[in-house]
Design a protein around this ligand. Sequence first.
Ligand code: CU
Length: 290
Amino acid sequence: MLPIVRRSALTQSVVVRLGLFAAVLALVFGAAAAVGAAVDPGEPAATCEPGHAGMGHSPLGLSTNQDGTTISPASFTVAAGRRQPLRFRVLGEDGKALRTGFEVEAQRRLHLIVVRRDLTGYQHLHPAMAADGTWSVPLKVAQPGAYRVFADFQRSCQKHVLAADLLAGGDFRPAALPAPAPTASTDGFDVRLERPALHAGREAALRFTVSRDGRPVREIQPYLGARGHLVALRRGDLAYLHAHPEEQEDAAGAIPFAADFLSAGTYRLFLQFKIDEVVHTAGFTVEVAP
Ligand SMILES: [Cu+2]
């Protein structure tokens, strides 16, 4: 069900997967009962063939439209430094707003990623949809610049990533992309990325471990039904890769992913993980060789 970045265990039997799926559903609905509206109750989770949705070899997130759907923001500008509603619709082939058919994936019907085009200011939001099909979410971009907004959703087991630019006027000072490094620090945590050399089109295991003051942190809470959430964006065009790990536990407390980078280039990885009810984001730059 993941397009480009995906778990390696594709050989797992469908029976085992369905068992896991049922267990996850039970967790999801149990959690939903406990915390009310935290889990999107909209469309039922789709029972897609593993690895089916969006499996393909064209990059996602480079266009406002894909497979008959189009993102239509209410505005293409935003004021930096102020929280304001971001509104958009997803239009179907007839130009009308789609109101149904958004399948729950990673506990939500739609995931919204916002990042400035220099790959700073990453945000992961979950808009709500009104009855007329308008999605909205409060958004604050800290600094002026050109931002990219990605609407990530699944319809008919097909991954869609529609993207549009959102411009924040002012004194834009692009940041230099950090050099590749095996560790990143965020909110007092140190995150280490272990990986082999990365090559275009070749699956590679990515393994993240979290520590604080030199000691491993194993109390990583589920976030969107998984141990972590990972988005990779390609420098230059912000092509979009996305994954959720399938495994709930790793013997060493790590957060494992498998990534299949489509093409050579420089990518920025944004790992999100949850500890003590707070979601943290760590960024990594990686080079992918041909
Ligand atoms: Cu999300």
